[in-house]
Design a protein around this ligand. Sequence first.
Ligand SMILES: NC(=O)c1ccc[n+]([C@@H]2O[C@H](COP(=O)([O-])OP(=O)(O)OC[C@H]3O[C@@H](n4cnc5c(N)ncnc54)[C@H](O)[C@@H]3O)[C@@H](O)[C@H]2O)c1
Length: 269
Amino acid sequence: MRLEGKTAIVTGGARGNGFAAAKLMAEEGADIVIGDICEDMETIPYRMSTPEVMAEAVKSLEGLGVKALGIKCDVRKAADVENMVDRTMEKFGKVDILVNNAGNSSMMAVADMSEQEWDEVLDTHLKGTFLCCKYVLPKMIEAHSGKIISISSVGGHRGFGMGAHYCAAKHGIIGLTKALSMEVADHNINVNAVCPGTVWTPMMQGIASFFGMEEEEAKEAFLVGHSFKDREIMPEDIGRAVLWLATEDTRCITGQSILVDAGWTARAP
Ligand SMILES: NC(=O)c1ccc[n+]([C@@H]2O[C@H](COP(=O)([O-])OP(=O)(O)OC[C@H]3O[C@@H](n4cnc5c(N)ncnc54)[C@H](O)[C@@H]3O)[C@@H](O)[C@H]2O)c1
């Protein structure tokens, strides 16, 4: 068990890519804290997780023989993030791994985008990643050990139509990852990002139904760009990259963004 005795916080971990990462880390012995908003957001055109979904996720992690805790936390809010870290310290006494995964998106042209639409996406992805790092880092620095893994996207390397806010946030996460990795290397803390291609999670399902697309049609459209046509990227593919970055196998990897995109960004335009 590669993560025996470790404690990991996974934001947005009640479902999707975050839950897959949480489950894989739990299978390697890590105790898990899930911080998730568990309520809908005004400008996001699909549902966020619910308290019931989070309770089910916690139960399923406990079923793997580790300790798990679900905390309602909106990563945009400093007080929520501070509370999540405090409660983690109370229950587990440390934070070894932070996975900044909470995310959402609307689809909108910049000229039509309200300030609120911009803020809800930017504040979740970018400010949320900053706030979680800010409150977790003192614990990691004191322990002289830590792994921070933030979920960016192919949208952190390329532009997506109708997704300027999402791409700005995901590019920002890569910049934050590079700069922070330099800042904390002397404290034995690795900081990396994982950049998924298209994964059929509730986020993508929500965006597809916003455009009135059926599942098969949406999956075909979303797979454009992926080199493998015989397989989909599954949440577990993202989770395995997160797990790898959480282990000592990657002790000399920091400041990197690792694409799990089925070759999408390697293709000529
Ligand atoms: N699915 C994809 O194709 C894809 C591709 C690239 C990157 N990603 C990234 O993967 C991450 C996970 O997304 P997913 O696809 O699993 O989506 P998802 O909607 O299934 O899961 C996202 C989770 O984040 C939570 N959340 C949203 N806003 C939050 C906030 N402000 N505070 C706390 N929790 C919040 C939601 O309740 C939900 O549980 C996101 O960062 C997303 O941008 C996804």
